[in-house]
Design a protein around this ligand. Structure first.
Ligand code: SDX
Length: 426
């Protein structure tokens, strides 16, 4: 086993170097503190591996994304979201029989307990769908006490199917509540995505036809969002799950992490940014110049990535899908024109080039969501539905291996020991 030498306090410590199947290498510091008394410091964990994983591989320098070894481009071209969900969770693409069983089980668990209607009714009309989704996913643990044990494979399997089946229903109810429309019941005769579209856009007063163009576009977007290594929300699901709380609570925590504008919430921010440019007549150049200020508030949303220092392959696929979907829907999108203009300006601007800032998965996704009628405040909930199988796969992989509770260290920089003064002396 290759090693790295650490010279400290006149001692030489040998630390093992581990290598992954794609040639990534890491210094294993599990014994660092016991051997040296030191810890490492890496705010944001940009240089720190939390686990070995066989689910997803990203090569940020070359813009490569693979789920269980399959390139994202091939999965997007040849599979459905449920096939990819099965692949992420079970490690192999399903056979026809396996896919039928998986699909059938999920499509027949899409209803949620009627009492959820009472919970939704109690929420303010303007409750953000991500707040509703995390609350209701957490509440699933109260309705299903029979499937909470993270160490029981059967209970885990039941929870997996319940979550995959019910999150679209929960998300659609969050939307219906916000617009004062009645909740629709799932239709088990439709596809997974077709059912979600009907839950979102149908109403009891008229027939609803699933548009195959829209169905395929959403299925593609869900595939592209399905997993992404140890991103903020996946790491949240792992660390919350490492306390051995149930899967529902772990996924609810992941939903909350995804909501943040630096993470999945960026897709809503991008459309708000493009709409502001369109509505206020701001020039793309003015907006790009504003984005170069060093504060978080005027960043170019949908640009930049902790890992991709080249094009995010998902952004490339979604950008192509924008043209395809808009063309087939006969929609001209000013937002798409602005997004392409902004991208061209940024990719020829030294500030962005020097910092390797390229469009990420969130930059173009909102253009499609807008074109097919998804309300802006539902963009991130759509991201959560896509990311759910990835979160589940990460949580399950952690539980399938020996793991410790996640508990980082710190370097204390506060007051050293001192005596408590009496109140009269303060
Ligand atoms: C997702 O991790 C994942 O895999 C996430 C994700 C997934 O699938 O799970 O891919 C999904 O979250 C995509 C990212 C969506 N977020 C956004 O689009 C928000 C805008 N982008 C950023 O805030 C930022 O780029 C991050 C959060 C995505 C990455 O931040 P990093 O890696 O911590 O980089 P940083 O904040 O340290 O920025 C490095 C430099 C800084 O400038 P300097 O201090 O060197 O002068 O780049 C600048 C930043 O100011 N910068 C930007 C910018 N992003 C970074 N400047 C302008 N606009 C931006 N978007």
């Amino acid at each position: 086993m290759p090693t790295a030498e650490l010279h400290i306090d006149g001692k030489v410590i040998e630390l093992p170097v581990i290598e992954g199947s794609e040639g990534e290498r890491a210094i294993d510091i599990q014994n660092l503190r016991s051997e040296t008394g030191l810890i490492t410091m890496d705010p944001g964990y940009a240089n720190t591996g939390s686990c070995e994983s066989s689910i997803t591989f990203i090569n940020g320098e070359e813009g490569i994304l693979q789920y269980r070894g399959y390139p994202i481009e091939e999965l997007a071209e040849n599979c459905t979201f449920l096939e990819v969900s099965y692949l992420l969770i079970h490690g192999e693409l399903p056979t026809e029989v396996e896919l039928d069983g998986f699909t059938n089980s999920i499509l027949h668990h899409t209803m949620i307990h009627e009492d959820f209607r009472l919970l939704f009714r109690a929420l303010p009309k303007d409750a953000h769908p991500m707040a509703a989704c995390s609350a209701m996913v957490s509440a699933l643990a109260t309705f299903y006490p029979d499937s909470l044990d993270p160490r029981d494979p059967r209970e885990v399997e039941v929870s997996i199917h319940r979550l995959l089946a019910k999150l679209p229903t929960i998300a659609s109810y969050a939307y219906k509540h916000s617009v004062g429309q009645p909740f629709m019941y799932p239709d088990n005769n439709l596809s997974y995505v077709g059912n979600f579209l009907r839950l979102m856009f149908a109403n009891p007063c008229e027939e609803f036809e699933v548009d195959p163009v829209v169905e395929k576009a959403i299925d593609l977007l869900l595939i592209l969002h399905a997993d992404h290594e140890q991103n903020c929300s996946a790491s949240t699901v792992r660390i919350v799950g490492s306390s051995h709380v149930n899967m529902f609570a772990s996924i609810s925590a992941g939903i909350n992490a995804l909501w943040g504008p630096r993470h999945g919430g960026a897709n809503q921010e991008v459309i708000e940014m493009l709409s502001a440019i369109a509505d206020e007549g701001i020039s793309g150049k003015e907006f790009v110049d504003r984005a170069k200020s060093r504060d978080d508030t005027s960043r170019l949303m949908g640009f930049g990535h902790r890992v991709y220092k080249n094009f995010d392959p998902r952004a490339r696929i979604i950008k192509k899908a924008c043209y395809d979907v808009l063309d087939r829907l006969g929609v001209n999108s000013r937002l798409l024109e602005i997004a392409v203009e902004i991208e061209q300006l940024a990719l020829s601007d030294d500030y962005f080039v020097e910092r390797n800032l390229y469009p990420n998965v969130d930059f173009y996704s909102g253009v499609i969501y807008t074109a097919i009628g998804t309300p802006e405040n539902m963009f991130t909930a759509n991201f959560a539905i896509g990311r759910l199988p990835g979160w589940i796969a990460q949580w399950r992989e952690m539980h399938e291996h020996k793991h410790k509770i996640g508990r980082p260290r710190q370097v204390y920089t506060g007051e050293t020991r001192r005596k408590v003064p009496q109140l009269s002396d303060r």
